[in-house]
Design a protein around this ligand. Structure first.
Ligand SMILES: NC(=O)c1ccc[n+]([C@@H]2O[C@H](COP(=O)([O-])OP(=O)(O)OC[C@H]3O[C@@H](n4cnc5c(N)ncnc54)[C@H](O)[C@@H]3O)[C@@H](O)[C@H]2O)c1
Length: 138
């Protein structure tokens, strides 16, 4: 992985993912270190920014079909535009809503016929007196 920062969405709300930031680690297909997720279908919650966005970029580079799920719709759309691959798409999903999560998984199954990877990354940083994101108040 490149030593450069993930160029992810920042607190300014701007997505500035740069594919070239990963150029040193782009997988070379056909080698033992090539595309390690070819044909895999992945959902990444909280994927519109930060580590989730970086992971989405990495997964696409490795050949995965990625559905980014988040509540920041503009940022999610911007990320997909920046990555500019048919293998990434965005779905609005609040992970504290069972209905949203069910809809998200249904979309993955109907679009790709399977789901291989569920990266439950969505979360809120900082100190909170809540046991889980489900209990977090907006
Ligand atoms: N960055 C760190 O040092 C660190 C340390 C420990 C744990 N974590 C955890 O790792 C995960 C990613 O961290 P990050 O630094 O990339 O954070 P981030 O704030 O950049 O990204 C978190 C994403 O989760 C999304 N999100 C928040 N609530 C959501 C919800 N209810 N439904 C769907 N999406 C939701 C946000 O919109 C955001 O895009 C978080 O769960 C965070 O708590 C991060």
């Amino acid at each position: 992985m490149s030593s450069s920062p993930p160029a992810s969405a920042t607190s300014t709300g701007k997505s500035n993912i740069e594919m070239e930031g990963m150029s040193n680690s782009l997988p070379a297909s056909g080698t033992s270190t090539g595309k390690r997720l070819e044909g895999k279908v992945a959902i990444i919650t909280g994927g519109a920014s930060g580590m989730g966005a970086y992971t989405a970029k990495l997964f696409v580079c490795h050949g995965a079909k990625v559905i980014v799920a988040d509540v920041q719709d503009d940022l999610g759309a911007s990320l997909c535009n920046d990555i500019a691959s048919e293998n990434i798409s965005y779905v609005h999903c609040d992970v504290s809503s069972e209905t949203d999560v069910r809809n998200l998984v249904d979309i993955a199954i109907s679009k790709y016929g399977k789901l291989d990877i569920m990266y439950s990354n969505a979360g809120i940083g900082g100190q909170f007196n809540v046991a889980s994101i489900i209990d977090a108040k907006r």
